[in-house]
Each structure stands twice: as structure tokens, then as C-alpha cells.
Design a protein around this ligand. Structure first.
Ligand code: NAD
Length: 291
């Protein structure tokens, strides 16, 4: 049980955690904090949080759990704001999509004691919509939460964050942060960059009006994730840049190979590559469907 949970950034990720924990009866009080009173008042009106403050020091007073759900670029400033007011024993965690940069910010800002109570985390769940209006209570049900604790992270802090996420119906796993950033660069960050880049490429073409008019289901499916929040994705690109650049380079090599096969009219080779891709994708979807 959590007595006072403070959420910095009551948007999709923070708001969904609040609703899920409230539904589970897991928190006595949930307080929101960010820069905009209007957004926080909306969160109170929607019943997502109990109350709010714009003062970070005031927010963390008496809190036993603090969840950072702001864009990655804002994590360090929030850590700096709350550091002097953290209660001894309070557990700090986050939901940012890239872990190494956030851990580096925490190492720079928090002293050893507070750092030991910081449990980096990332819910592998999301939607294209953002903001508190998009928050839903079952966003995390059955989804994976990856925690990337350091060797110095206190075991009881990890257990408390683990238990909090389990109360939302999520499945909690642990992974080294560097591996997390490499895996997510491949499975999530590269696909988002590709979706944004495809739309951007088409927009730069003189015949863009015709292209978009005749775009069909394939275009809609492939570019769905280009409707995601640009601020969040800018921050992910800037804060997981090495792993993302490595994936972009691998993709460029592969695209170059496809281009060469098309140019050389090597139909058998093209077919073989497409067949193995189709089989791998079909297997992956079948596994997902099987739960
Ligand atoms: P969101 O836009 O829905 O919510 C972000 C909230 O942070 C907003 O309420 C905004 O007012 C607040 N905020 C922005 N800058 C701030 C600042 N400087 N100080 C205080 N508050 C500030 O975004 P989201 O989708 O909930 O993403 C939040 C975090 O969760 C990000 O770090 C993101 O990487 C991570 N995440 C997102 C998804 C997803 O699919 N959306 C999935 C997993 C993790």
C-alpha cells in the first residue's frame, strides 16, 4: 500500500498509473504536480488525482512514492527541484522511455542515499494520444514493465516499485539499462523514426496531394505511430541517440540491399527475403495473439 503517491506529469502515463492504483485501492492519496494548473485541475475534475500543487518541494512532503512521468528532457529539472525536499525512505521511480540518460541525470543530481532509492522503470504500454484525457485504468493490464535498477539500488525500493506495478495488473521484469536502451531502440524507437520519416518523405514530394489522397490501409497501418506526441519522440531520439543511430545505420544498409536487388531485378532473392520476413512477422503475431 502507498500512503501518498506524487505524480510529476499527470498525462497518459502518469494519469493511467493513478487511475489503475486508485481502482486497485492501492493508494490513500494521489497528488499531481507539474507546470500547468489547468491540466492538473482537469486531472482532479476527471477523478484521476485527489489534489495538486505547482510547488515540487510541497508535493513531495510526506510522500512515500514519487513517480516521474514527464518528457525525458524534463526529468533532470524535476529531480533538481525535488532533491532538497525528499523524505528519507521515500521511493522514487520513473516511466521514461530511455533509461541510461535518466539514470545519468539521477546520478548527477541525487546524493548516494536518494540515488539508492531511485528505481528506473519503463512501462511497455502506450497510445498515440497523450495528456490526462487519454489516461485509462487498464493501460498496464497484462503489459510488461521493465525496471533497470543499479547495483546500488536498495532492494526494498525495487520491491515497492515492483508491487506498485503489479497492483495495476502489469508483469514486472528487470533488465540492465544499456540492454533496455538497445532493445527499445530496435523494437520501438526505430519504427517510430521510420514512421515519422516516411510521412516526412512523402510531404516533401511535389505530388504529395495525390499521394495522400490515394493512400490506403497499408499507409495508415504503417504510419499509425507517426501520430504520437512529437515532444516525447524528440526527447527519446536525443536521449537514446547512440542506440537509435546504430539501428538507423543497420536499416540503411538493409534498405540499400533491397534497393540493389530491385535495381538488379533479382526476383528470387527479393522473394526469399520477403518470405522470411513474412514468416518471422506471422510467428510474432501468432505468439502475441496466443498471449
Ligand atoms: P503526456 O504528454 O501525456 O504527459 C506528460 C506530462 O508532463 C504532461 O502532463 C505535461 O504537462 C507534463 N510536463 C511536461 N513538461 C514538464 C515539466 N518540465 N515539468 C513538469 N511537468 C511537465 O506524456 P506521456 O505519454 O504520459 O509520457 C510521459 C513519459 O512517459 C515520457 O517520459 C515518456 O517517454 C514515457 N512513456 C510514454 C509512453 C507513451 O506511449 N506515451 C510509453 C511509455 C513511456
Amino acid at each position: 500500500m502507498i500512503k501518498k503517491l506524487v505524480i510529476f506529469g499527470v498525462g497518459l502515463i502518469g494519469g493511467s498509473l493513478a487511475i489503475a492504483l486508485r481502482n486497485a485501492g492501492y493508494c490513500e492519496r494521489i497528488v499531481g504536480c507539474s507546470r500547468s494548473a489547468e491540466n492538473l485541475q482537469r486531472a482532479v475534475d476527471l477523478g484521476v488525482i485527489d489534489d495538486f500543487t505547482l510547488d515540487p518541494s510541497d508535493a513531495v512532503k510526506g510522500a512515500d512514492m514519487i513517480f516521474l512521468a514527464v518528457p525525458i528532457g524534463a526529468m533532470r529539472i524535476v529531480l533538481e527541484q525535488i532533491m532538497p525536499a525528499l523524505e528519507p525512505g521515500a521511493v522514487l521511480t520513473d516511466g521514461g522511455s530511455a533509461k541510461t540518460a535518466i539514470v545519468e541525470a539521477a546520478q548527477a543530481v541525487l546524493g548516494d542515499e536518494a540515488l539508492a532509492r531511485f528505481v528506473p522503470g519503463h512501462p511497455i504500454a502506450g497510445r498515440e494520444r497523450s495528456g490526462v484525457e487519454a489516461a485509462i485504468g487498464d493501460l498496464y493490464r497484462g503489459r510488461r514493465i521493465i525496471l533497470t535498477p543499479l547495483e546500488s539500488t536498495a532492494a526494498d525500493a525495487v520491491s515497492k516499485v515492483d508491487a506498485m506495478w503489479q497492483a495495476t495488473g502489469a508483469v514486472v521484469e528487470q533488465m540492465p539499462m544499456v540492454l533496455h536502451d538497445e532493445v527499445l531502440a530496435a523494437t520501438s524507437h526505430l519504427p517510430h523514426v521510420l514512421a515519422f520519416s516516411l510521412v516526412d518523405t512523402l510531404l516533401s514530394m511535389p505530388q504529395r496531394e495525390d499521394i495522400l489522397r490515394y493512400a490506403a490501409g497499408g499507409f495508415k497501418d504503417f504510419t499509425r505511430i507517426a501520430s504520437s506526441d512529437p515532444v516525447m519522440w524528440r526527447d527519446i531520439c536525443l536521449h537514446n541517440s547512440a542506440a537509435i543511430l546504430e539501428m538507423i545505420a543497420a536499416m540503411q544498409t538493409n534498405l540499400g540491399e533491397f534497393a540493389a536487388l530491385i535495381q538488379q531485378q533479382k526476383g528470387d532473392d527479393l522473394l526469399q527475403r520477403m518470405e522470411s520476413s513474412k514468416q518471422a512477422r506471422d510467428r510474432y503475431v501468432a505468439q502475441l495473439d496466443a498471449g
